[in-house]
Design a protein around this ligand. Structure first.
Ligand code: FES
Length: 350
């Protein structure tokens, strides 16, 4: 059997016809990518059949032919060249792209509902030891995930719930404990925490703590509860995930680590933390809705017709399928924590 040929280093987006069977080219030699034209004869590689589950089903057929999830992209294409695809921010075609400033709502709004939020400029509401503000809402055009900023003063936050939503926290400063249904988890900077649907939580801190709290599907606002319930899904006892270099995955010359993901029981909401070197990514899209908290570094978020400055502490919101590119202008690199929903693999892009 011969090796597959790389047809291209990214997947092919298609909207499928319900019930129709497609024959994906696995050998890479077809002239009708991503579909088979019979060119595999003699290679020992056979095409892979896929029958669409529903009309309008959106798929990303692998173009590099090295996926482990045939016929779909699993992100393997990012690692085939050894370097991540980058772009020249000084290219002449970008000379007319303006820098979009933040509006009165602390958000610099780019194309297609993408925005950069200067979280430090948001007005907050106080509930006991907790000051909070919405960052990503349905009013911003979000369809899948919501995000809130939490600052907790020494003491205890209220008991908080988000109904039947999956809740994922990113702690960015301070140390403390999170009580989820009577179980306590130690937390500190760059820790991800997962709260299952129906569970309540309370944050207990000795010194000030900040967190970015995401829900999927999106929630309008936190609910305050008079006392902690003992609801805790014991099928998933691990809930706090910190930085662990042994868990780093490479994406060409970049690295990321999963925080809240399937390993702690979250298979639709996925959180990761990653380093971005001095560079501008090639413009690309995702099929999931994504938010990025910038923990360290600075740069620009680019869309087709505008770009916005990005600094540590800001949040970037990216709707599904929005063409975008994150540029890091900091020689020391950028550290970001991302949350994708619905999705389980942040390395799939097209
Ligand atoms: S295009 Fe092959 S894994 Fe993404």
């Amino acid at each position: 059997m011969t090796d597959p040929v790389i047809a291209r280093y990214k997947p092919y987006y298609h909207e499928l016809e319900g019930g129709k069977t497609y024959l994906w080219c696995a050998c890479g030699r077809s002239q009708s990518q991503p579909f088979c034209d019979g060119s595999h004869r003699g290679t020992g590689i056979l095409p892979v059949k896929y029958t669409a589950k529903a009309a309008g089903e959106e798929v990303l057929f692998c173009g590099c032919k090295h996926t482990a999830d045939k016929p779909f992209c699993d992100g393997t294409h990012n690692n085939l060249k050894g370097i991540y695809d980058t772009d020249d921010p000084d290219a002449p075609e970008y000379a007319h792209i303006p820098v979009v400033p933040a509006g009165n709502d602390a958000k610099a709004r780019l194309d297609g509902g993408c925005f950069v939020c200067s979280v430090a400029d948001l007005a907050t509401t106080t509930e006991g030891a907790l000051s909070w503000a919405p960052i990503i809402t349905v009013a911003d055009g979000a369809n899948h995930q919501a995000q809130f900023y939490f600052a907790v003063a020494p003491g205890r936050s209220p008991v908080i719930g988000f109904g039947d939503r999956h809740v994922v926290l990113l702690l960015t400063a301070g140390h403390g404990e999170i009580d989820i249904g009577g179980r306590r988890f130690a937390v500190g900077p760059n820790t991800g925490v997962y709260v299952r649907p129906g569970e309540l939580f309370q944050i207990r801190v000795k010194s000030a703590l900040t967190a970015f709290v995401s829900t999927g599907p999106l929630a309008v606002a936190p609910e305050w509860h008079p006392k902690m319930s003992n609801t805790f899904d014991t099928a998933h006892p691990e809930r706090a995930v910190g930085i662990d270099e042994a868990k780093r995955q490479s994406m060409a010359d970049r690295f990321f680590q999963m925080l809240v993901d399937k390993s702690v029981g979250s298979d639709l909401v996925t959180q990761f933390i990653g380093e971005i070197p001095l560079s501008k990514a090639v413009p690309h899209r995702h099929l999931y809705e994504e938010s990025l908290v910038v923990i360290k570094g600075e740069g620009f978020m680019w869309t087709e017709y505008g770009k916005a400055a990005v600094n540590a502490g800001d949040v970037i919101f990216l709707p599904r399928k929005q063409l975008h590119s994150l540029e890091c202008t900091d020689p020391g690199g950028m550290l970001v924590a991302g949350l994708i929903y619905p999705g389980d693999n942040p390395s799939i892009n097209y």
